[in-house]
Design a protein around this ligand. Structure first.
Ligand code: F3S
Length: 389
C-alpha cells in the first residue's frame, strides 16, 4: 500500500531543490496554488503519468488549489457545427479527474482570482503568467511565475521556496516607464508588450493623464507584459497597491508612434477578412459575456451580417444551473462560449486560419505557436461599431 506521505515528501524535496538552486532561504507557506501546463497537448503522456504517479503515492492538496484551461472545450456543443474530431479528449479528462482526486477545485480557468481573491502580501504559488502578474501587481500578493509542475507540487506541499518575488525587497520597481494613456484593451496590451520589451527590471509605469482604462485594460496589460517579460511584477502608479517610487534616474518613455508600430506587428490581415473574433484571453466572466452578446446583437441589427465570435470562459461555468441556457442564448446570436479552454491551448488550426482578437497575448501565441494570421482589434472594430456608440 502506498505510504500517504510519499507524494508530500516528493513535492517538498523538489521544491527544496529548486529553491536551493535559486538561493532561497527555506520555505514559505502558501494559501493558494494555481497549476498551469495541464493541457494534454502540452504535457502529453509523460505529464499524465507523472500526475498519475503522484496520485498513486497519495497526493492530496494542502491548500486552496485551482488549475488552468485545458486543451479541449469542456462543453463541445458551441463548436459542434465545425465537425472537428478532438484528439486525446479521454487523456485530458483523465488529467482533470486526477487533479480533482487530489483536491483541486474544478476550475479550468486562467483567472483564478475570481474563485479566491488574493490578499495583499499573502504568498501564492501560481503558474499562469497573466494571473501571476495580476496577483502581484493588482492585488499586491506575492508569487513567482512557477512552472506547471512546481505549482502542482506546491499545492501538495502547502509551501514554496522563499525567493524572488516572495521577498519584499525584490519587488521594488527599478525603472520608471512613461506611457501614453491606453484608450482600450488592445492599446493596453500593446503597452504591456512594449514595456516588457524595454524594461529589463521591474517597472513603475506612469500613465500620462492617469490610468483611466479600468480593470479590463489592467488585465490586458498584465497578460501581454507577463508573456514577454521574465519579470512577473510591475507597478502601475495610482492603481497597484505597491509604491511606484524609483530610486535614481532610470527612465524610459514610450510614445504613440511605438504603439502603432507594435500594432502593425500583430496585423497580418484586415479585420474584415478574419474567420473569427476571439475575446476572453484571459478568460472573461458572465457579465462581460452579456456585454459581448449585446454588442453582436446591435451590430446584427444595424448591418444584418453574420458574425463569428468566440469567447473564453471559466470551465467551472458548465456546472452552473444557468450554463445551458446562457450557452444556447449566446449560440443563437453567433457567440460561441469556449468553457475551460482557449484557442491558444486548443488545436485551433483544425478550425480557423485567420483570427482577430482584443488580446495581444492571444495574438502572439496564435501567430507563433499555431502559425495563424492575426489581427489585434477591439470587438467594436470587428463589428463595425463605435466604442460606446
Ligand atoms: Fe488564458 Fe488561454 Fe489567454 S489560458 S491567458 S485565455 S492564452
Amino acid at each position: 500500500m502506498a505510504n500517504v506521505n510519499d507524494a508530500y515528501d516528493i513535492a517538498l524535496n523538489v521544491i527544496e531543490r529548486v529553491g536551493r538552486a535559486l538561493g532561497a532561504s527555506g520555505f514559505v507557506s502558501i494559501s493558494h496554488a494555481h497549476a498551469s501546463g495541464i493541457s494534454y497537448n502540452n504535457i502529453g503522456r509523460p505529464g499524465l503519468e507523472f500526475i498519475e504517479e503522484l496520485v498513486e503515492k497519495g497526493a492530496r492538496v494542502r491548500v486552496f488549489a485551482t488549475f488552468n484551461p485545458v486543451g479541449v472545450p469542456l462543453d463541445p456543443r458551441p463548436l459542434i457545427d465545425y465537425d472537428v474530431e478532438y484528439s486525446e479528449v479521454e487523456e485530458q479528462h483523465r488529467i482533470i479527474n486526477l487533479l480533482i482526486k487530489m483536491g483541486f477545485h474544478f476550475s479550468a480557468t486562467c483567472i483564478p482570482y475570481i474563485l479566491r481573491r488574493p490578499k495583499p502580501k499573502e504568498h501564492l504559488a501560481w503558474g499562469e503568467s497573466s494571473a501571476v502578474a495580476i496577483a502581484n501587481s493588482f492585488f499586491g500578493a506575492y508569487t513567482n511565475k512557477e512552472g506547471g509542475p512546481l505549482a502542482l507540487l506546491a499545492a501538495i506541499a502547502g509551501v514554496t521556496y522563499n525567493a524572488g518575488l516572495h521577498i519584499a525587497t525584490n519587488r521594488k520597481p527599478k525603472i520608471q516607464v512613461i506611457v501614453p494613456r491606453p484608450e482600450n484593451e488592445v492599446d493596453a496590451g500593446l503597452l504591456g508588450y512594449l514595456v516588457a520589451q524595454k524594461a529589463s527590471e521591474i517597472p513603475a509605469v506612469q500613465c500620462l493623464g492617469g490610468w483611466r482604462c479600468g480593470f479590463t485594460c489592467f488585465k490586458a496589460f498584465a497578460a501581454a507584459y507577463a508573456s514577454f517579460s521574465h519579470n512577473a511584477h510591475f507597478v502601475i502608479v495610482g492603481v497597484s497597491p505597491e509604491s511606484g517610487k524609483v530610486e535614481g534616474d532610470n527612465k524610459i518613455v514610450i510614445d504613440e508612434e511605438e504603439v502603432e508600430m507594435a500594432r502593425e506587428k500583430f496585423s497580418d490581415v484586415n479585420v474584415e477578412d478574419v474567420d473569427v473574433f476571439y475575446t476572453g484571453c484571459p478568460h472573461i466572466t458572465l457579465g462581460e459575456v452579456f456585454r459581448v452578446i449585446r454588442l453582436v446583437e446591435r451590430a446584427k441589427t444595424i448591418y444584418r451580417k453574420k458574425y463569428e465570435v468566440w469567447v473564453g470562459v471559466p470551465g467551472y461555468y458548465i456546472l452552473r444551473r444557468w450554463w445551458v441556457k446562457v450557452r444556447d442564448y449566446a449560440m443563437r446570436r453567433g457567440v460561441r462560449l469556449l468553457a475551460g479552454t482557449c484557442p491558444v491551448v486548443m488545436d485551433v488550426r483544425k478550425f480557423v486560419d485567420r483570427v482577430a482578437t482584443d488580446s495581444v497575448k492571444a495574438a502572439f501565441y496564435l501567430k507563433v505557436r499555431h502559425r495563424l494570421n492575426v489581427k489585434v482589434s477591439t470587438l467594436e472594430q470587428y463589428l463595425g461599431l463605435k466604442r460606446n456608440g
